[in-house]
Design a protein around this ligand. Structure first.
Ligand code: PMP
Length: 289
């Protein structure tokens, strides 16, 4: 079977995915010494690009990782990849690692070692998405990740394990729990709607990733006159909530219909979650660049 090769970006070059090369000594490969971002694409345009690039610069700064590209250069690379792959809807994945000093050594290499920058596209139906419409089932897992989850590193083994454990338990995705409170989803932020009509999502700290979608959904919620409270909540509170949902760049707003086999509300996607999903998508189409 003939498979079409995507064009990917590696350190200044646009190459067919089968031709792309990164050193086996790359610190991203050996130490997960790297950070990433995922921007969604609607109508061939980038959603929340500025927010994602701000967070990338912050993640890199926290790890003293060089980022020798400015936002305009990164935007040009994103757009060129979208163009070359004729991407209408999906994501652009960006990964920045500390590069390769040509050997394995825990110590960071000196400043003469250039970082590795890789970007690729993934085509995906984001708007017309089954989970987004029908809702997803969540299974909770202990949060066994490191203590700097505010930095978007490529150390994603535990989130992958948590997602697999959730699937083994008959659910679609995992929410992670620490000290009796939900931190966040394996790859999204967790929300609930109380019976009093307040949206609740955990406050920002080192315990969770500051979701870009989370912050835009907060703005959208306020425009819809919905009150948002930033605080942690327990599994029991979520199970007793009116609605639950998750937010992320690739899932937008996705209703949660069960947490650990307890139906949320009437077990169907919540009205407010679906309204927020629609409003977020509409706003994103308008703002996309
Ligand atoms: N939390 C975690 C752990 C994530 O991996 C993600 C998705 N990258 C999010 C939250 C959501 O962030 P965003 O809205 O910026 O995609």
């Amino acid at each position: 079977m003939m498979t079409t090769q995507r064009t990917v970006y590696v350190n200044g070059d646009y190459v067919a995915e089968g031709e792309a090369r990164v050193s086996v000594f790359d610190r991203g490969f050996l130490f997960a010494d790297g950070v990433y971002e995922v921007c969604s694409v609607l109508d061939g345009k980038l959603v929340d690009f500025a927010g994602h690039m701000r967070r990338l610069a912050r993640s890199a700064g926290e790890l003293e990782l060089p980022l020798p590209w400015n936002d305009d250069e990164l935007l040009a690379i994103h757009r060129e990849l979208i163009r070359r792959n004729a991407l209408e809807e999906g994501m652009v994945y960006l990964q920045l690692t500390r590069g390769s000093a040509g050997d394995r050594d825990f110590a960071y290499p000196d400043a003469s070692t250039p970082p590795t920058l890789v970007l690729f596209t993934q085509a995906k139906s984001l708007v017309d998405n089954l989970g987004g419409k029908q809702g997803i089932r969540i299974a909770t897992q202990p949060d066994l990740r490191w203590a700097r989850r505010d930095i978007k590193t490529v150390q994603l083994l535990y989130p992958a394990m948590a997602k697999m454990a959730a699937k083994a338990a008959g659910a679609d995705d995992a929410w992670m729990v620490e000290a009796g409170r939900i931190t966040e989803g394996a790859s999204n932020n967790a929300w609930m709607l109380t019976h009093e009509g307040t949206l609740v999502t955990r406050e920002l700290s080192h315990a969770i990733l500051p979701g870009i979608t989370r912050s835009v959904v907060m703005e959208v919620a306020e425009a819809l006159s919905l009150e948002v409270e930033e605080r942690g909540f327990s599994v029991e509170e979520a199970q007793a909530a009116k609605e639950c949902f998750v937010t992320s760049a690739s899932s937008f707003v996705t209703p949660v219909i069960a947490v650990d086999d307890v139906a949320i509300g009437d077990g169907r996607p919540g009205e407010v979650a679906l309204k927020l999903r629609e409003a977020y998508i509409e706003e994103s189409r308008r703002r996309a660049i």
